[in-house]
Design a protein around this ligand. Structure first.
Ligand code: CA
Ligand code: CA
Ligand code: CA
Length: 638
């Protein structure tokens, strides 16, 4: 077992070549052309490595176009896209078609009816279904649709427009908040877009369902397409929703947003937001580039969850209590591993998962994993920038936040020094840092966190590439020569670079100390699909491990799915706990970022698909459910 990747030594030259930016709005064209499965994020307009955001995501009839699912949507069935908030109106509203009566069984079949999805009076009995949709009398208007055992209202008008977004509205569309109006029933938030026939900017309303009234509303400016919404808890446990700038703010050619709107009950509201929502400035200006989402985390220990906004290079944190900044930390995740590489060659991309957590030592941490979900074998860009990083601050002391550690794994494409036309016939002469292609690609399960020998740790899969198929230097360099970034040039570049999915090498896994980043253990020729403490006869964390040949292609297209081995990590070693009775890889449950589990890109947290049982069973891609059988002390098909 080898523990860590050796530091890279290749390609170190010259000045930073970050974010060459020949033309504004260019990425929009790229975005609209790319297939949803490639859609992810474009960091700097013009970087060929930057996956790009989709533009058709957040309408109420949306489907796989939502780039939230982009990096994970593959041709394999284990990467089935999760339902997005935009697909369902709200994830909890999928059962709302069933019934508006109070009977508990279906009149025809006698089957139990699906239960309601919301418990607005908090008595433990779900009582209300909520969803977004066209109003009954005015189908061109958007309503919160209500089916409730407690309230008479059938719908609440949200907007005299269709709910159709121009881009991605990241966040849960309907959230039960808590009680704000002095009656027995909770209020809810509803996120939607206001499509006027040309633009569809995002909005966020707070609705008193009992009174069938909108009591607060934040409207993003007309030119804003991307938004992130979540909610923070106050010391009483109630949730306060906010509407924040998202992807691209800071370099928005149509004008930057530059503030978020935070729900403050009873406040008249800020002019730039709306009644009940207070504007809080967010970073803008030269060098600022907003990524997709963020996390919530009580960084200053006052009982209010605070808002971590993710940018290139930095995390900006706003106190939900004071509505002012309490931390702003810039960090370079490659500086330690590649001290001689061009500074900021990776542009400070924070794409990947962000997990806010309080450590065993009470320090507040933000665990960032620059990688793609396990099973993402069609996304050869692999998050563009691959790294592990942890920010840390002392309890209740946000000003002490700093980069605790970072380990850099790789960057997809080549960084050139000058992009000068004189090198068009010999781009290699202008290379500042050569592409890693799929070398150092990280595949992550869930938030990558686990516990080994009582120690909080991170576990990731990574690929050690023997050689690329083609680094496509000519095609990449051509993108920057006038006319820059034509469709033809982009097609040539992406088409060429995708060949690297067939690069040979070795998959392996690595475990590091969450607190220090120190390597704890690792293994070659294995791929860890996931882990859980719910699968075995006791609460031991069990890992589902696929053993691979010594050499494979990056995308494993040359390896039929194997039989998963069940193993534990004890004293740094994988210990056998049996094997599954059937070959096959797990069916992954791709969950959207939310709360303390956030993301810089439009990606998902890959979880196992568990089925109730004692202990729980786990579903494979083909639908087979495998579980532990106490009688035979083996893993069986259920
Ligand atoms: Ca109830
Ligand atoms: Ca109420
Ligand atoms: Ca706080």
């Amino acid at each position: 077992m080898s523990a860590s990747r050796p530091p890279r030594t290749s390609a170190i030259l010259a000045e930073s070549a970050r974010c060459p930016r020949p033309a504004t709005l260019r990425y929009t064209a790229i975005v609209r052309r790319l297939s949803p499965s490639l859609a992810l994020l474009l960091a700097c307009t013009g970087d060929p490595q930057d996956p790009t955001p989709g533009t058709t995501a957040a309408d109420t009839t949306g489907h796989s176009a939502d780039p939230t699912t982009g990096p994970s949507v593959g041709t394999t069935s284990n990467t089935t896209a999760p339902p997005t908030a935009s697909e369902t109106g709200a994830p909890e509203s999928t059962a709302d078609i069933s019934s508006t009566t109070s009977t508990t069984t279906d009149a025809t079949t006698g089957d139990p009816l699906p239960t309601r999805t919301h418990d607005l009076d908090r008595d433990g009995v779900p009582d209300t279904d909520l969803s977004l949709g066209p109003c009954t009398a005015e189908p061109a208007h958007t309503c919160l649709l209500v089916a409730s055992d407690l309230v008479a209202a059938a719908e609440v008008l949200l907007s005299p427009t269709l709910d159709q977004c121009d881009a991605t509205y990241l966040g849960k569309r309907i959230t039960q908040l808590g009680e704000f109006t002095g009656d027995p029933l909770d209020e809810v938030s509803a996120g939607y877009c206001r499509f006027d026939g040309l633009e569809g900017p995002p909005s966020l309303a707070v609705v008193d369902v009992a009174a069938a009234a909108v009591i607060a509303r934040a409207d993003a400016p007309l030119v804003q397409d991307y938004a992130w919404s979540d909610a923070v808890h106050d010391p009483d446990g109630r949730l306060h929703p906010f509407l924040a700038p998202s992807y691209g703010d800071g370099e928005n050619p149509l004008g930057n947003w530059g503030y978020l709107c935070s729900f403050v009950p009873g406040d008249p509201g800020s002019p730039g937001c709306g009644p009940g929502f207070v504007a809080v400035p967010t970073p803008t200006g030269p060098g600022v580039f907003r990524e997709a989402g963020g996390t919530v985390q009580d960084l200053d220990g006052d009982g209010w969850a605070d808002i971590n906004l993710i940018y290139h290079r930095r995390i900006h944190t706003i106190s939900s209590a004071t509505l002012g900044p309490i931390a702003d930390v810039e960090y370079d995740v490659a500086a330690t591993t590649e001290p001689n590489a061009p500074k900021w060659f990776h542009s400070g991309r924070n794409y990947g998962t962000h997990r806010a957590v309080t450590g065993d030592d009470a320090n507040e941490r933000l665990v960032i994993v620059g990688g793609t979900p396990v099973g993402s074998f069609t996304d050869d860009l692999c998050n563009v920038s691959r790294f592990l990083a942890v920010l840390e601050s002392a309890p209740s002391l946000p000003a002490t936040r700093k980069l605790a550690w970072a380990t850099y794994f790789g960057f997809s494409s080549t960084i050139f020094s000058t992009y000068d036309p004189q090198y068009v016939d010999d781009p290699m002469s202008d290379v500042a840092r050569l592409a890693d292609a799929v070398d150092g690609c990280i595949h992550r399960f869930s938030d990558s966190r686990t516990v080994m020998d009582g120690q909080q740790a991170l576990l990731v899969n990574y690929f050690a590439m023997d050689a690329p198929v083609d680094l496509c230097l000519d095609e990449q360099f051509a993108l920057y020569q006038p006319p820059t970034w034509t469709d033809e040039k982009a097609d040539a570049w992406y088409g060429c670079f995708a060949q690297n999915r067939k690069s040979p090498g070795t998959w392996g896994m690595q475990v590091v100390d969450e607190r220090t980043g120190a390597p704890l253990t690792g293994g070659q020729t294995i791929y860890v699909w996931g882990w859980s403490s719910e699968l075995g006869p006791d609460d031991e964390i069990l890992y589902l491990v696929e053993y691979l040949p010594p050499k494979t292609l990056w995308d494993l297209s040359d390896v039929p799915p194997g039989t998963l081995q069940v193993q534990a990590l004890v004293a740094g070693l994988l210990q056998p706990r049996g094997s599954f009775p059937a070959a096959g890889r797990p069916k992954l449950d791709l969950q959207e970022p939310r709360g303390p589990r956030g993301a810089g890109s439009y990606t998902a947290f890959a979880e196992l698909t568990l089925h109730p049982g004692d202990p729980a069973g786990v579903e494979l891609e083909d639908g087979t459910i495998i579980g532990w059988d106490a009688d035979t002390q083996t893993w069986v098909v259920r």
